[in-house]
Design a binder for this molecule. Structure first.
Ligand code: SF4
Length: 338
């Protein structure tokens, strides 16, 4: 187990529901995991699996018709669910920051780059004098590889990659402990994406902050993350060290996901694996294990009982009956317990 001083965020049994005309949609269901200080954690899954909702929940940015229905978020020892609005405003920006796929939706089109950054300092640190704020902005922007003259540009005058760097700067200017990058590289071309990925790595090294990379792109996670959390239908189904999971995936969904990624080593005649079925409708999620209608390993108990998230080897968590016992389990041995 990771010692407590290394854990930055503890998420415990978190559930988020969207309240719709058709009934509640269980977008995040009973999710528990930690984010360690200074790590890059990749949160990966198909579109609609709840990963962005989970990222927003960490910032308490869940708006009606969605609601955090239960669970706890402990950030550096503090219970985020107990923060009032004033405390939340300070928390967002000073401790945690988010970069979205389209930075234009977060940047003010009539504000220059320097105005965005100086305003962030002045809102959160009102005693900072303007000259000091300007100096901090100049220093930071240099470290992010943005020329000083671009400080006077408006967001529409910047490239997509540079806008993302400004968004990263908004997190760094207040020394946030965690940046959440939600599909932040999705709209970028591959060259700009590769540069941004390098930069995220460098930022982690230089500033020592944690980064949660939310993406559907498992190849991106392979390149950048230390650990990976695989999400399916609102639940984290596997969590662990990136190399261990890529070398030896345990959950049948992770196995399917990794088998369906094209490889340059793929033989011309080899076909890519195609997972059967469709992701479930979360208004009426499947009973028991949510993956059971698509799972090639499903057992009779899988449709009746939901497995727990269990640590099968140190640091490796799996949400599957193959790796835990149940009185109704017909197979007498646990599949992997090393
Ligand atoms: Fe498959 Fe059962 Fe494991 Fe779910 S619990 S992933 S259905 S084997």
């Amino acid at each position: 187990m990771m010692s407590n001083d290394k854990v930055l965020v503890q998420v415990r049994n978190l559930s988020v529901n969207y309240h719709t005309r058709l009934g509640p949609v269980s977008a995040v269901n009973d999710v528990s995991f930690d984010i360690y200080r200074g790590e890059i954690l990749g949160l990966v899954g198909e579109s609609g699996c709840g990963k962005s909702t989970l990222g927003k929940a960490l910032m308490r940015m869940i708006m009606p018709p969605a609601k955090i229905s239960s669970g706890a978020i402990i950030f550096d020892g503090e219970d985020v669910m107990k923060f009032d609005q004033k405390r939340l405003r300070d928390f967002r920006g000073r401790r945690i920051s988010m970069i979205f796929q389209d930075p234009m939706t977060s940047l003010n089109p009539v504000q220059r780059v320097d105005e965005h950054l100086i305003e962030a300092i002045q809102v959160h640190e009102p005693k900072t004098v303007l000259e000091n704020a300007q100096e901090r902005v100049r220093t930071l922007i240099g470290r992010l590889g943005i020329q000083e003259r671009r400080l006077r540009d408006y967001p529409h005058q910047l490239s997509g990659g540079m806008r993302q760097r400004v968004m990263i700067g908004l997190g760094l200017i207040l020394n946030a402990d965690l940046i959440i990058a939600d599909e932040a590289t999705t709209s970028l071309d591959v060259i700009v994406e590769a540069k941004l990925v390098d930069q995220l790595r460098e930022i982690r090294e230089e500033f020592g902050l944690a980064i949660l990379v939310i993406t559907h792109n498992i190849a991106l996670v392979a390149e950048i993350a230390d650990r990976i959390a695989v999400m399916y239908a609102g639940q984290i189904v596997e969590l662990g060290d990136i190399t261990n999971i890529f070398d030896n995936p345990l959950h049948p969904y992770t196995i399917g996901l990794l088998s369906s990624v094209p490889s340059i080593k793929l033989d011309d005649h080899e076909e890519l694996y195609k997972m059967s079925g469709e992701p479930p409708n979360l208004t009426h999620p499947p009973s028991g294990c949510r993956f059971h209608p698509r799972c090639p390993e499903a057992m009779p108990l899988c449709s009746r009982f939901c497995p727990n998230m269990e640590e099968v080897v140190p640091g490796r968590w799996v949400h599957c009956w193959l790796y835990q016992d149940h009185p109704q389990k017909e197979r007498s041995t646990i599949k992997v317990k090393a």
